[in-house]
Design a protein around this ligand. Structure first.
Ligand code: MN
Length: 203
C-alpha cells in the first residue's frame, strides 16, 4: 500500500445531527476507501508511487497518459476527502477568527455574504463535484467549484475549505434536499483548521 486512509479524528456519529453516522461511515469506509484503493492500484510500480498526492495533482500533465484519468479521479477523490474530514469537527460552526475573518470581510464585506455566495455555489453546481474556498495565485481568497473529483490544486490554487456535494455525501439523511445539507454543514465547519491552512499559506 502506497497511500493510506487518514485516521478520522472523531467518531462517525460525532457530527450528528448535521451529518448522520451512517453517511459518515459509508462515506469514509466505502467511498474514500475505494478512491484510495483505485489510486494505489493506478500508481503501483510507477514513478508516482513515492510522491505526495498534492504534488502529483499540482502537475497532472506529468502523469503518464495511461494512468492520468485514474489518478486525477481517484487521487482527487483521495485528497479531497482527506481534507474534507479535517475541515469538519464536532466543535465546529460559529465564525472564523483572526486573519481569516479579516480576509473574508475584506473580500465579501461580511461573513454572511461569503456564506451566502459559498452556499449558492454549492446549490448551483449541477451534478457531482465540490465547492472550495481557495487561495489563488495572487494570494487572494476565492470561491471555486470543481466537477467530479477534480482538485483546485490542479489549477494552481490552494484549498482551505471544501464541501462535497456528491449525492453520496448527503442522500441518506437529506435525499434530494441539497440546500438543507448545505445549511446543516455550516454547523460543523472546523474554522480552527481552516485558519491554520490559511495562515500556513500566507505566512
Ligand atoms: Mn464524497
Amino acid at each position: 500500500m502506497i497511500f493510506e486512509l487518514p485516521k478520522l479524528k472523531y467518531e462517525y456519529g460525532a457530527l450528528e445531527p448535521w451529518i448522520d453516522a451512517k453517511t459518515m461511515e459509508i462515506h469514509y469506509t466505502k467511498h474514500h476507501q475505494a478512491y484510495l484503493d483505485k489510486l494505489n492500484k493506478a500508481v503501483e510500480g510507477t514513478e508516482l508511487d513515492n510522491k505526495e498526492i498534492n504534488e502529483i495533482l499540482s502537475d497532472i500533465e506529468n502523469i503518464p497518459g495511461n494512468i492520468r484519468n485514474a489518478v486525477v479521479n481517484n487521487g482527487g477523490g483521495y485528497a479531497n476527502h482527506s481534507l474534507f474530514w479535517q475541515i469538519m469537527s464536532p466543535n465546529g460552526g460559529a465564525l472564523p477568527n483572526n486573519s481569516l475573518i479579516k480576509a473574508i470581510n475584506a473580500k465579501w464585506k461580511s461573513f454572511n455574504n461569503f456564506k451566502q455566495d459559498f452556499s449558492n455555489a454549492s446549490l448551483g453546481l449541477f451534478g457531482s463535484g465540490w465547492i472550495w474556498l481557495v487561495i489563488d495565485e495572487s494570494k487572494e481568497l476565492e470561491i471555486v467549484s470543481t466537477k467530479n473529483q477534480d482538485s483546485p490544486i490542479s489549477d494552481g490554487k490552494i484549498p482551505i475549505l471544501c464541501l462535497d456535494v456528491w449525492e453520496h455525501a448527503y442522500y441518506l439523511k437529506y435525499q434530494n434536499k441539497r440546500a438543507d445539507y448545505i445549511s446543516a454543514w455550516w454547523n460543523v465547519v472546523n474554522w480552527k483548521k481552516v485558519e491554520e491552512l490559511f495562515e500556513n499559506v500566507l505566512n
